[in-house]
Design a protein around this ligand. Structure first.
Ligand code: AMP
Ligand code: MG
Length: 340
């Protein structure tokens, strides 16, 4: 009894304290915490009040509780389980679905947030990985398709047992939202890291750009290059980020909505640099699925983002707009620029 009581005492005394520690270095304040299945680190100039910086933790937690497909009282869970009628939705959910629909159209459905039933089937939702039977995949594919989402300003309706997963766009969306809010609070410069998703604004205290490393997909301890930039998002999708191996075959977490299998597009990593975080996040996943050729076509058509594509053949293709901003000392890859 005493043990149980002291356990509750410890718990309650912990929860009354802030779980966050603010570290200070080079004129910046930094908080780091676990949320959305990853490590988040937010560093800003010292003009941001500690309270505001700590509030970002609550905000991200609230965001995750609302838009995770796996939390049973989330807003998204409600949408996914209310299949016969329209569900009223918040602005944040509306915005995330809207940008997802845009990227689905841009990529001819290679990006598709209705892949959730497929993600469950492969076990990427709970870590119970398995290679599904062919007939399971073809059955599940019937529920996949972005045109099954009927969105208007306040409501959404899903048809044919469809379910939404925002895993490919949510981190980019909330990273952008928080960066915007911090700037409104008077912050001049900052760098946010949400897992591999980087959100940047302003210039460092010494006036220079931020340097963002791109991980070597084949070697966790190396990088393939550095992008020097600011006022944008730098977001990478890669097959090395989450996968399982069965009978010597690697199955990764980015699925091709047309085949129902992990995308086999010849790419192992795609980094997108764009003004908006949600757009960059969705595009990095989408272009991973389309592959290099179609990805270049899309880049030429839209012209509002830059990209670094890494292929299975150790080639790195960099779009023209990154010329002078991308540097590398890696000798393991062949580098080539793509021009318009
Ligand atoms: P990211 O790390 O942003 O590339 O997102 C990958 C996550 O998005 C996966 O773990 C799935 O939850 C989900 N996902 C997988 N394939 C797709 C796809 N083709 N379109 C949209 N979301 C996807
Ligand atoms: Mg993404």
């Amino acid at each position: 009894m005493i043990l149980v009581m002291s356990f509750f005492f410890i718990l309650s005394s912990c929860s009354s304290q802030s779980p966050l520690y603010i570290s200070r270095k080079d004129g910046m304040s930094t908080v780091s915490f676990l949320a959305m299945d990853t490590i988040l680190t937010i560093s800003v100039d010292n003009q941001v009040a500690d309270k505001k910086l700590k509030n970002t933790y609550d905000e991200i937690q609230k965001f995750e509780n609302a838009y995770s497909a796996y939390i049973t009282d989330s807003e998204l869970y409600k949408v996914n389980h209310n299949l016969s009628e329209k569900t009223e939705i918040s602005d944040d959910l509306y915005n995330q679905i809207l940008i997802s629909q845009k990227v689905s159209k841009m990529t001819d459905g290679a990006f598709d947030i209705t892949v959730l039933p497929l993600i469950r089937l492969w076990g990427f939702s709970d870590g119970e990985y398995k290679v599904p039977a062919l007939n399971e995949i073809s059955e599940t594919l019937k529920t996949v398709g972005y045109e099954k989402i009927h969105l208007d300003e306040q409501t959404v309706l899903l048809t044919q047992g469809s379910n939404i997963d925002l895993g490919a766009v949510a981190k980019g969306y909330i990273g952008q939202k928080i960066a915007d809010e911090l700037q409104k609070e008077g912050s001049d410069f900052g760098i946010l890291s949400l897992g591999g998703n980087m959100q940047l604004y302003g210039n460092k205290a010494d006036g220079s750009n931020w340097n963002i490393a791109i991980q070597d997909p084949l070697d966790e301890s190396s990088i393939v290059g550095i992008i020097s930039t600011t006022d944008c998002s730098v977001i990478t999708s890669g097959s090395y980020q989450r996968y399982f191996i069965e009978e010597n075959i690697v199955y990764h977490h980015i699925l091709d909505p047309k085949t129902g299998y992990p995308a086999d597009s010849g790419l192992i990593s795609v980094t997108i640099v764009a003004r908006d975080g949600a757009y960059a996040d969705a595009l990095s996943t989408g272009l991973f699925v389309t592959g290099l050729e179609k990805g270049i076509e899309i880049w030429k058509e839209y012209k509002d983002f830059e990209a670094v594509f890494i292929t299975v053949n150790n080639e790195i293709y960099i779009t023209e707009g990154l010329k002078g901003r991308f540097s590398s000392e890696s000798e393991s890859y062949l580098f080539e620029y793509i021009y318009k």
